[in-house]
Design a protein around this ligand. Structure first.
Ligand SMILES: [Ca+2]
Length: 308
């Protein structure tokens, strides 16, 4: 009887051991981690190797600003006047600003009013190369321009996440978080960008030139693609466990365009334009000073009397 019991226990242990490998394979992905930057002396340096020969590219990044700073950058690749970056606009607004300046001095700037909101995740994708720039916010096309070059036309010295290339190490840096930074050697389509917005890539996707997902606590700057372009965390930059938002918390942006004319139909330049909820205009008591809704915009018409 004693023998039989021992045998059964031994068999049970054996069966458990056998089941271990399949358990490992079916484990969910490790918890997500994001890059956390405190705004003072923190950034990530990527090695330029692998990017400088890209004649077309797609750059993707998730970003959440804790505080806005016009000198801070989400990313900034190149050198002064030969650079490509995403940052924010003048103080007091929360616009998304894209800038590219190439070797020929061609300077192109796109601004998306209200593109960023404090403490909210936003996904930015910049497609460059033949066919021109296409700028996506949360998977929606929000701006284009006719710059047809790519990373190969920039200076090759700096590939920064979280700071600009212009100044010294005392430069203001991004106060916020970044995640799932991807550089592709191809022009990703709108559908490809949208489909993969909330996915964590494996690193082996065709066309992927670099993937910094900050998910490896032992080497947060590791390039998770097969290309080995590992980044270096500077200052107090660190990776922390944090989930990216679910799709329901990342609404696609709305784009409203219009032209302001006078009663004769003549265009009015530099007119103030406010887009807000009806209460803002019809409160009947201007002393109440009702604040515009978070989605409202305030701006002015341009030289063509247009507001976007
Ligand atoms: Ca991550």
């Amino acid at each position: 009887m004693g023998f039989l019991l021992s045998f059964e226990l031994g068999f049970l242990s054996f069966a458990l051991l056998l089941s271990v490998p399949s358990t490992v394979h079916s484990q969910p992905a490790p918890p997500n981690r994001v890059l956390d930057l405190d705004g003072t002396g923190d950034w990530v340096e990527l090695p330029p190797a692998g990017f400088t020969n890209l004649h077309q590219a797609t750059i993707e990044v998730w970003v959440k600003w804790r505080a806005f700073n016009t000198l801070a950058r989400v990313f900034d690749f190149g050198v002064p006047q030969r650079e490509m970056y995403v940052g924010t606009t003048v103080p007091g607004t929360t616009g998304l600003k894209f800038m590219v300046v190439d070797a020929a001095g061609s300077r192109r700037r796109e601004e998306v009013y209200g593109g960023f909101r404090r403490s909210e995740w936003a996904h930015v994708a910049v497609v460059t190369g033949p066919g021109g720039v296409r700028l996506y916010l949360n998977g929606m096309l929000v701006a284009t321009n006719e710059f047809t070059s790519s990373l190969s036309s920039l200076g090759t010295e700096n590939y920064f996440l979280g700071r600009e290339n212009y100044r010294t190490n005392r430069t203001p840096a991004l106060n916020g978080q970044l995640d799932e930074v991807r550089v592709w050697s191809v022009r990703r389509t709108e559908e490809e960008i949208r489909t993969n917005l909330f996915r964590r890539l494996t690193g082996r996707e065709p066309g992927l030139a670099g993937l910094w997902n900050f998910d490896d606590p032992a080497q947060p700057g590791r390039d998770a693609s097969t290309n080995g372009s590992h980044g270096r965390l500077v200052g107090d930059a660190r990776s922390i466990p944090l989930d990216l938002p679910p799709p329901a918390q990342v609404p696609p942006p709305s784009l409203l365009e219009g032209r302001v004319t006078d009663s004769e139909g003549a265009p009015i330049t530099d007119a103030s334009v406010i887009v807000a909820q009806a209460d803002y205009f019809f409160s009947g008591d201007h002393n109440r000073n009702i604040a515009p809704a978070p989605w409202a915009t305030v701006g002015s018409t341009d030289h063509d009397a247009c507001h976007e």
